[in-house]
Design a protein around this ligand. Sequence first.
Ligand code: ADP
Length: 257
Amino acid sequence: MSDEPLHEPQQALHVEDLTVTYGGTPALWDIDLDIPPGVMCAIVGPNGAGKSTLLKAALGLVRPVAGHVRFLGRPVRAMRGLIGYVPQRHSVDWDFPTSVLDVVAMGLYRRIGWFRRPGAADLERALAALAEVGMQDYAQRQISQLSGGQQQRVFIARALVQNAPILILDEPLAGVDAATEEIIINLLKRLRDERRTVIVVHHDLTTVQSYFDWLVMLNVRIVAQGPMAAVYTPDNLRTAYGRQLAMIATPAAETPP
Ligand code: ADP
């Protein structure tokens, strides 16, 4: 753990004055953000709003030009292994020759150390986590052979064995069928009910209110943040999405005559 004093330890995620640019163009501009522990938070905003960049910058995977980030009061380098991160599916090289069970057992490495192979008890734990997400029958499969929704469930199982208090997922529902979507959302809600913090980039405004209880609306800047009912308002949606909103909210209206 770091010797730095805790800063805003009452927040699961605290972001201050964060600006990120790519080649001089700002992707995030002066972001101040607080997500309290134990909420299920959606991050929404139009394409290119900086949602993925926000997750990556928070996790230290992208270097900001300004600002700082704390998880439960600590810098991210002091929290490695305590944050479960499920990146966007297309951003991962799914061809690596790794079994489903290995992927889940990786979640234990912080505890068992990188240089010791997982023992029988560790593998038992990994298998139990796979059973919790309904994937126990796939333990010996290569991760690349699974569908997108199945891969998401395996990564959630890894977060379960990690016992991560904070879980961050980038569009976990993109391209999954309705049944899998329900399984994943119910799993995430259960993690939230165990007082973990679940932070999800979500693209579907029609489900955001029923799935989540906390909302961050982003469009390079923060448009609004807070409890769902206070933030999910027509005014905020207009500010975040502008002219794209009619297309998102009422697709039928966009059909040409
Ligand atoms: P979102 O997740 O909301 O769609 P992103 O965070 O992926 O938005 O991207 C925000 C902006 O930054 C977009 O304009 C995107 O094209 C740009 N961007 C993202 N990643 C990179 C990168 N590695 N290099 C250059 N530009 C990038």
